[in-house]
Design a protein around this ligand. Sequence first.
Ligand SMILES: Nc1ncnc2c1ncn2[C@@H]1O[C@H](COP(=O)(O)OP(=O)(O)OP(=O)(O)O)[C@@H](O)[C@H]1O
Ligand SMILES: [Mg+2]
Length: 260
Amino acid sequence: MSVAAQIDDVSFAHSSVDAPALAHVSLSLPAGGIVALLGPSGAGKTTLLTLLDGRLRDWRGRVSVLGGSLDPDYPPPRALRPDTGFVFQEFALVERSTVLRNVFNGRLGRMSPLRAFLGSPTERDIQVARSALDDCGISDLADRRVDSLSGGQRQRVAIARCLAQEPRLILADEPVSNLDPTRAAEILTLLTEAARARGATVLFSSHQPELARRFAQRIVGMRDGRIAFDVPVSDLSEDAAADLYRDAAQMSGTGLKVVT
Ligand SMILES: Nc1ncnc2c1ncn2[C@@H]1O[C@H](COP(=O)(O)OP(=O)(O)OP(=O)(O)O)[C@@H](O)[C@H]1O
Ligand SMILES: [Mg+2]
């Protein structure tokens, strides 16, 4: 089985914080697989996704992504960066630009520097962007400004921008946390189907075990910067999922069973 990303014994602490955000984390992502990352607030999910995206510095351990080793001191080489796509929790869209322009931004890393500078896409760039819009069901919104869209529509634009990049690894940080349950399932359906159709690997974080079960093949639970479990969906017990959230559930009433 080939592997899209491999993390071996990685530890990391944010400067000025004593507790590590990642503590001896080891994880393997099978190529073409869909893996969900569960865990309460502060567990280290975003930090782990940021690590795999090559944006974290000064960590210890070994990380390889799509066959290349990451260096804790330097960003990945420019040529490799488009192979990893990131869907941000807060979308990170250009609000005053159109949907199409935002989706084209996903192509920039694939364009020659001159084309990117001139904003002059090739036929293929246009075709890839159009098919990403289509797959996300937002072709009719192409000319709308992002600041006129609903949260669910923005989420689709963020995913379309990521798909336009043609990544081989998609990292999605709570891609449905702003959406109602119906929209959340729709968005995860389109994200996972588009990834499958493209043979891309997906790692998405979530606070919702039921969505993780429905859309992922494998579930990784995190707590306090550590991997608490890493199991196929069929092996995830209700107790293991609830145990991750036991303090958080008491505080915020997430509705999960509290294990004492
Ligand atoms: N920029 C930062 N500076 C200092 N500490 C940080 C920073 N970002 C995160 N942390 C700390 O690192 C730990 C892990 O945070 P992280 O954002 O990875 O958690 P998370 O699982 O993504 O949480 P959430 O579900 O709330 O998004 C937490 O203790 C957090 O307070
Ligand atoms: Mg987070």
